[in-house]
Design a protein around this ligand. Structure first.
Ligand SMILES: Cc1ncc(COP(=O)(O)O)c(C=O)c1O
Length: 405
């Protein structure tokens, strides 16, 4: 055009507000739950309405039940509750312990502390604590069990608030030696870290759907030993009456839930569990272990410090890292999210604003992890920190090759 207006269209205006391409689908979503869901899972969640008592839904329950046994690596009875992971732990504890019972509860973070609170609500608790970032001391657990009249041991396997994996197998041996019930919060371990309830001597194991299984949030699955089924309390909570849930769910003819389940979520859970079976549970464990190691090595190569004190117990499903000195959580995670669309988690309680956490569970891809590390490097540089170019990303590339990619 002669007046030059067409040309003007392409000239950026001074102080033009930045265009945000931010879209949830465009994010690299690296939280330790909820986690990224596969399109297959999302599609299953959006199927048309159907009744939970429809025979086709019994089929869905039946398949979920079989796939849960596979995911838990158990022959125990299983059930799915419409409620988050905490509902699963609440159900496990309230159905097995009363004020006549005492449980040793080992805790070293937010979720272990929550278990102490739940146990105290229904029963008596002997809390065996460790500092956040430390691992549970098995000797202290053994002492607490030996010196007191105890009925159960309760443990958070993978402490998501600190990125520490507790020695759940060792603690299982202590419980077994003393014939105690062993209740395990496997909310961020099942599906990502080796769990085998029978071999661990665990009586109840719980997982949360939004974690390693990569299903939508809002469901908790439980695996319950025959012994625990026999030891259920006389007056359980009405809705979370585990016996009722297990009986219904394990009816081979008509697997069902006592009340209306979260139908769309169950449909999505089935698809997420199918994906685990297709990939193989051991492969998921192997992938988490490889990604965990790669993440730890990469952040160290960038000069960052892991939050767990003893790296041997650092979790394979998430990594907790100290924020670099002189940088606020808002600046760090804000830049990662706004500029690079990489979403990582902050921390809770007294370490809030000091630690950030990267989830690498479920269906997270190596290329998602690589992009996250590249974005962390760029963010650090942008915030004026000294970081060797390519050090972190190079580590990821090396570990990808080691993994066979
Ligand atoms: C180890 C652990 N236990 C319990 C919970 C609580 O689960 P929910 O938020 O699903 O109730 C979480 C959630 O992050 C967790 O990581």
């Amino acid at each position: 055009m002669k007046d030059g207006s067409a040309e003007k269209c392409f000239i950026p205006l001074p102080n033009f507000p930045p265009v945000s391409h931010m879209d949830l689908d465009d994010n690299i979503f690296m939280l330790p739950g909820p986690v990224k869901m596969h399109p297959r899972v999302l599609r299953a969640m959006s199927l048309p309405a159907r009744a939970h008592r429809d025979p086709t839904f019994f089929e869905i329950h039946r398949e979920i039940r079989e796939l849960l046994k596979y995911t838990f690596q158990t022959n125990y009875d299983v059930a799915v509750i419409s409620g988050s992971g905490t509902a699963g732990m609440d159900a496990a504890i309230s159905n097995l312990l009363t004020k006549k019972h005492t449980a040793v509860v080992a805790h070293n973070g937010k979720f272990g502390e929550r278990l102490v609170e739940i146990v105290k609500r229904y029963s008596n608790a002997i809390a065996v604590g460790a500092e956040w970032g430390e691992v549970i001391d098995t000797e202290k657990v053994a002492e607490a069990v030996e010196e007191n009249d105890v009925d159960a041991v309760v443990l958070c396997h993978n402490e998501t608030s600190t990125g520490v994996t507790n020695p759940a197998w060792e603690i299982g041996k202590i419980a077994k030696k003393h014939g105690l019930l062993y209740i395990l919060d496997g909310i961020t371990s099942v599906g990502g870290i080796e769990v085998r309830p029978e071999k661990m001597g665990a009586d109840v194991v719980v997982f949360g759907s939004q974690k390693c299984v990569a299903a939508p949030a809002g469901m908790a699955a439980l695996a319950v030993s025959p012994r625990a089924e026999e030891m259920m309390v006389e007056n359980p909570p009405y809705y979370l009456d585990l016996k009722k849930h297990l009986e219904k769910y394990n009816n081979p003819e008509k697997a069902d839930t006592p009340y209306t389940c979260a139908i769309p979520l169950f449909q999505a859970l089935l698809e997420a569990l199918r994906m685990i079976k297709e990939e193989g549970i051991e492969e998921r464990w192997r992938k988490c272990a490889a990604m965990g190691e790669a993440t730890r090595e990469a952040v160290k190569a960038m000069g960052l410090k892991l939050f767990p004190r003893d790296e041997r117990y650092a979790s394979n499903t998430l990594t907790a890292i100290w924020l670099p000195e002189g940088v606020t959580d808002k600046e760090f995670r804000g830049t990662l999210k706004e500029k690079y669309h990489v979403v990582v988690a902050g921390a809770q309680e007294h370490i809030k604003g000091k630690v950030f956490r990267i989830g690498h569970m479920g269906i997270v891809k190596w290329t998602d992890l690589a992009a996250t590390i590249v974005a962390i490097e760029a963010t650090m540089r942008e915030l004026g920190l000294d970081v060797e170019r390519g050090a972190g990303p190079g580590v990821i590339a090396e570990h990808m090759a080691r993994y066979g990619l």
